[in-house]
Structures are given as structure tokens and as C-alpha cells.
Design a protein around this ligand. Structure first.
Ligand code: NAD
Length: 482
């Protein structure tokens, strides 16, 4: 069944080579579909991290001498190499993360686009010139790289979440130390090989990749060192808040891509065929383990029953299983603990009065699977409406008028993505203006795009990845008075 070559890199990438951790320590990586151990990777310590930072500081000086056009070509070289090895990346990703192979292929293509996009942006740094209004000379506004970056990434999109950080950092002239999630280090260790092949030899140390079983120790050591100048983080709001607090000591630049609790508003005049297609995209992409996944379907009363029935049939058709198998459209949950958390959320919602229309029970056997699940009539205030589900579970609540829809949709401290559906231009504009989120999809269930700024407001964080905004996160503004 599984045809993954299991000779992928498992050491730390530092100074353009693979090496064991200073301590000699390792930790295990598991396949969530089989619970089988698939690799043992080097376990980086504080000592490794500080060495990586010293290498980064030296590499930045050399990278600064590389003209933007050449940097752009190097990033295009990364893009070409990842594209050539796309199938290898996809299989390693499915092995360690569990998503169906087709989705892994999709993520490789999507994540790799960040290398192409920022290759193009590398030669287009923003700047500005103006005459001083009072006539005292010229105002020149330019940009300089922020300096060494620590990038901490989650397990749900092992390649894309890191590509969004590595590509703009390099385009901006910054070295980067990447700390992948302990559940999924293999995809990034494979990317390390590609980066070493593509980056200039005398810039070794520009990118280090340091898996660790003790993320807090590693990030604390780096953030205490004044040579580090930026932390970019994708993960939970809880950890994000902690890192923001820690960043105060050395006043680091920070970008925080945190959790979400996306509403999906369906007005009664919406095209229900389109709504259902988009609902399945927004809910089930990555098995619901996505920060922009639709968490709360908020549907106008007159169409709520039809919507719920049709969503239930679509969810019943979802086939869960090992992502390596043909025809499987829902892989396992990443860990046993996450699966328990999802099952508890569903059980509690039912106890609070929600109506289960499909799914809702943990299957027996090996692998951390959970079926596609729909909960209708979820009572206001239920825990499942307040917390990010991060799994294949859809909740449905209803509304009478648009004011109530917006009030319900915005009843969360998160603000990453929101979705609105209507055939009326007025309703669409009303939703686009009033849904509180960094990203709003109107009659669209898939919104991610490397050319668009991805990011949130409120407890979903700050900073943007992708678009022309993405590179600014790695640049400081310098004003020159001439
Ligand atoms: P997590 O916060 O537990 O872990 C994310 C990363 O932080 C991992 O690499 C982990 O090892 C590291 N980490 C954990 N504790 C740390 C600490 N004390 N100090 C430093 N690093 C630490 O999140 P997760 O469970 O891996 O990912 C799921 C979360 O990520 C969800 O909330 C999801 O919404 C969010 N997410 C957000 C985006 C976005 O772009 N906004 C994208 C994907 C995922």
C-alpha cells in the first residue's frame, strides 16, 4: 500500500549539511493512519539553536551582497526543484500528517507557489521619494532586512506554512531558522535538501531546520539572544500569546498567524448548489484541520432544513481511511489527543441539545480516525461554537435577518476567515463590510492564494503572509533625509 521511500533526511539542517543534535538525542515520528513509527529524527537543543543563529548572522552578510535579481533566481531554483520532486513531497506529507494523497499534492503545488511569488517580489521592494513640504530637502523611504528570523510552524500544512515564511524572508535578505512541528518534521527536512541544492554555497547557514521535542526551550534560547530580530509563528492562539510576551524582552518584530473560528453565512437567496460545494471545500479541506476551516454554518431559517439535509448527505459520502489509499477523501486526525478533544466537543454539544445528523462516533481499530459529522440546532453558547473544532465536524445554527447573522458570525474573539453567500449584490456587500475577519470569501469556499495577504484580526493574530504585503513583514523602514 504505502510506497514511500523511507530514506528521507532525519538530521538537523545546519550550515548546508545534515548532522545529529549536539546531545545526540532523537524523537519519533508516527503515521497517524497506522500509529506506526515511521522515523526517528534529531532532537535539536538550545546549543544547536544558538549555533544555527551564529551561522545565520554570518550568512546574512554574504546574502546581502547577492543582488536581488540573483536572489530571485535562487528562489525560482527552489520552486523548480520542489516541482520536480512534488510526488516525493506529497507522499512524505501524507505519511506523517495523514491527509489524502490528492490533498498533499495540492498542498505541495500551493506551498511551492510562495517560492515563485516571492522570487518575483524579491526584485520589487517598495520605496518612496518625496520632496519635504517645507522645502528642507528630500525624503527618501527605503527598506532594510529585519535580520535573523525564527519561524515556528504547525503540523497541519507542513510545507505551505513554512514556505510562506522562508520565501519572503530570503527575498527580503533575512536568514531563517525553522522549527517545524514535532508531529511533521519530515516534509521540511526534505525541503532542507532542496534548499541546500539551490542556495549559493557560500551562504550556508542562511536556512537551518531544527526539529525538536522541546519547542519552548529552543525558542526561548533564541528569543533571549539579541542577535535574533524576528519571530514569525503559525499555530494556536495560546502559544502565540506566550511568544508575543517573550518577544518584549528584545523588542522583536513578530507575525502571528493564529487560530480561527470561521463563520459561513448562507442567506436565503443563495445558490444552494454552489453553497454546498463551497461548504464542503471550506469545511473538509485538510479534514477540517485548517485555521480557515468553516467552523459555524449560520443559515437563514427558511433554507436551514434543506441545507442541513444536503450537507448531511454530502458528509455521509465522505470516505475516511488511510490517505495513501485511492478513493479516501478524509484522513486521520493528527494525534490521539486531538481526536479525543474533537470527540469531547461533539459529545458535549449533543449533551447541550444539538441534533447529530451523521457521524459523531469514534471508529474502532488502528489509526486516529474520526468520521465526517454534522450537528444541527446547536444551542447558542455551546462550547463547540466558541472553540476552534479543527476536525471534520460541521455545526449549523440559524438566523432570521442579516443583522442577526452578522451578530452571530462576529460573536467570537477570533477573526481569521469568514464566508458569506448570497445572489444579491447588496447582501454580499453588507456581509463583506460587516463580517469581522482578516479574510472574507463571498460566494467562495477556497480563499487562500499566494498573491493575496493571508492573516487575521483579534485573537487570530496580526501580520500578513503572501501578497505584496508578505515581504514587508521581513523589512524595516528606513527614512533617509537628503
Ligand atoms: P501549536 O500552537 O500547539 O503548535 C504550533 C507550533 O508551535 C509547533 O511547531 C509547536 O511545536 C510550537 N510550540 C508549541 N508550544 C510552544 C512554545 N511554548 N513555545 C514555542 N513554540 C511552541 O499549534 P498546532 O496544534 O500545531 O496547530 C494548530 C493551530 O494552528 C490551530 O489553532 C490553527 O488554527 C493554527 N493555525 C493557524 C494558521 C494561520 O495561518 N492563522 C495556519 C495553520 C494553523
Amino acid at each position: 500500500m504505502s510506497v514511500v521511500r523511507e530514506d528521507f533526511p532525519t538530521g538537523l539542517w545546519m550550515g548546508a549539511r545534515q548532522r545529529p543534535a549536539c546531545s545526540g538525542g532523537t524523537f519519533d515520528v508516527h503515521d497517524p493512519a497506522t500509529e506506526r513509527k515511521v522515523a526517528r529524527v534529531a532532537d535539536a537543543t538550545e546549543e544547536d539553536a544558538l549555533e544555527a543563529l551564529s551561522l545565520a548572522v554570518r550568512a546574512q552578510e554574504r546574502w546581502a551582497e547577492v543582488p536581488p535579481r540573483r536572489r530571485s533566481e535562487v528562489l525560482m531554483g527552489v520552486f523548480d526543484r520542489v516541482a520536480e520532486r512534488a510526488e516525493e513531497f506529497a507522499r512524505v506529507m501524507t505519511l506523517e500528517m495523514g491527509k489524502p494523497l490528492a490533498e498533499s499534492r495540492g498542498e505541495v503545488a500551493y506551498g511551492n507557489e510562495y517560492f515563485r511569488w516571492f522570487a518575483e517580489e524579491a526584485v520589487r521592494w517598495p520605496g518612496r521619494y518625496a520632496g519635504a513640504p517645507g522645502g528642507q530637502g528630500d525624503i527618501l523611504v527605503t527598506r532594510v532586512p529585519v535580520g535573523p528570523v525564527l519561524a515556528i510552524t504547525p503540523w497541519n500544512f507542513p510545507l505551505a506554512m513554512a514556505a510562506r515564511k522562508i520565501a519572503p524572508a530570503l527575498a527580503a535578505g533575512c536568514p531563517v531558522i525553522v522549527k517545524p512541528a514535532a508531529e511533521t518534521p519530515l516534509t521540511l527536512l526534505l525541503l532542507g535538501q532542496v534548499l541546500v541544492d539551490a542556495l549559493p554555497e557560500d551562504c550556508s547557514g542562511l536556512v537551518s531546520i531544527l526539529p525538536t521535542s522541546d519547542a519552548a526551550a529552543l525558542s526561548t534560547a533564541l528569543m533571549r539572544d539579541p542577535r535574533l530580530r524576528k519571530v514569525t509563528f503559525t499555530g494556536s492562539t495560546t502559544v502565540g500569546k506566550l511568544l508575543v510576551e517573550q518577544s518584549a524582552e528584545n523588542l522583536l518584530r513578530t507575525s502571528m498567524e493564529l487560530g480561527g473560528n470561521a463563520p459561513f453565512v448562507v442567506a436565503q437567496d443563495a445558490d444552494l448548489d454552489l453553497v454546498l460545494d463551497c461548504a464542503m471545500q471550506a469545511k473538509m479541506r485538510n479534514g477540517g484541520e485548517a485555521c480557515i476551516a468553516a467552523n459555524r454554518f449560520v443559515v437563514q431559517e427558511s433554507v436551514a432544513e434543506e441545507f442541513t439535509q444536503r450537507l448531511t448527505s454530502r458528509m455521509e459520502a465522505v470516505r475516511w481511511g488511510n490517505g495513501m489509499e485511492e478513493g479516501v477523501t478524509l484522513g486521520p486526525i493528527i494525534t490521539e489527543g486531538q481526536r479525543r478533544r474533537i470527540a469531547d466537543l461533539v459529545d458535549q454539544a449533543v449533551a447541550e441539545g444539538a441534533r447529530l445528523t451523521t457521524g459523531g462516533c469514534v471508529p474502532e481499530g488502528r489509526g486516529w480516525f474520526y468520521p465526517a459529522t454534522v450537528l444541527a440546532d446547536v444551542p447558542e453558547g455551546a462550547r463547540i461554537l466558541r472553540e476552534e473544532i479543527f476536525g471534520p465536524v460541521a455545526t449549523v445554527t440559524t438566523f432570521r435577518d442579516l443583522d442577526e447573522a452578522v451578530a452571530r458570525a462576529n460573536d467570537t474573539p477570533f477573526g481569521l476567515a469568514a464566508y458569506g453567500f448570497s445572489r444579491s449584490l447588496d447582501t454580499a456587500r453588507y456581509l463583506a463590510r460587516n463580517l469581522r475577519a482578516g479574510m472574507v470569501g463571498i460566494n467562495r469556499g477556497a480563499i487562500s492564494n499566494p498573491a493575496a495577504p493571508f492573516g487575521g484580526v483579534g485573537h487570530s493574530g496580526f501580520g500578513r503572509e503572501g501578497g505584496t504585503e508578505g515581504i514587508e513583514e521581513y523589512l524595516d523602514v528606513r527614512y533617509v533625509a537628503l
